[in-house]
Design a protein around this ligand. Sequence first.
Ligand code: SAM
Length: 328
Amino acid sequence: MSELVPLLESAHARRLPLAARLSAEGTNAWRLFHGGAEGRPGLTLDRYGPLVLAQTFREPLEEADVEALRAFAAARYPDTTAFAWNHRGPTQHAGVADETDHVAKERGVEFLVRARHRGQDPWLFLDLREARRRFAALAEGKSVLNLFAYTCGAGIAAAAAGAREVWCVDFAGSALDVGRQNAEKNRIDPERVRFLREDCLPVLRQLAGFPVKGRASAREFTRFDARRFDLVFLDPPAWAKSPFGAVDVVRDYASLFKPALLLLEPGGVLCATNHAPEVPLAEWTAGLQRAAEKAGRPLTSLETHGPDEDFPAFDGAPPLKVAWCRVA
Ligand SMILES: C[S@@+](CC[C@H](N)C(=O)[O-])C[C@H]1O[C@@H](n2cnc3c(N)ncnc32)[C@H](O)[C@@H]1O
């Protein structure tokens, strides 16, 4: 028998209270097994509605482990019907392919998910569920800016919760296409959501009323007038390069945070995330407070949280940190 079986069963038992809460709110997507924190570094198992997706980030699975994962999914989650395994480790391995579109639900909102597509990441990041939940709770009647939107999970959650106007910005057109399909699936009025295939750096600076910086300033970029939003979701990758500069959440979070804060309406809220495991929560939030003071827009409150319990961090410090920043 695969040594994975008792680990999977313990993970399942730990999640029973969470699974009951999620099912009650109309959510059928959560992490079933979370790597090293649950005894097997480099292996995750997620359910997205009917799909169970294993991912390996180090060595590929042995055949007995694949069978143990399949059997576990079938026994414990009998409402799932598809199993896939993607290997994302240093060695090449085909895994178990599934290229069908499946539908996962969060609080009744439908999100398309495909195990294997051109990119590597699943179309919905499950560790952001609690952030989407809180964002949606604030969204009714509000104007919303979703930066580094990827497949627009936060923007769609806000639109489905009644946001008046939502802008989703990302330079990946294929990710925005998934967002567009999700908007249609949830019958969101297309007039309320804009999908902008743009570099976030010049968009953010212009919306905040700053000139576009850097060597690229002479190049073509879409012009935007300065304007304000009630709610901003700022979820940048840990590091990325663009013709307009770099995103670097370890060394320079402030260059994203400051314009995002300045473009908030009075009383507005910025949800900022930081996925870099090497940045401690206290250090990051102290930096946010300092940047807000320096920008002349001190925070009236700052609340933090990590992911739901399906992403356990046994050292108490999950890599994903979420900060809710309110301004006067
Ligand atoms: C970690 S994902 C963000 C996840 C997303 N916020 C969500 O809720 O699912 C990072 C995204 O940032 C985008 N990205 C990175 N640098 C960018 C830039 N300078 N301008 C626009 N998009 C960028 C990538 O295309 C990718 O979709």
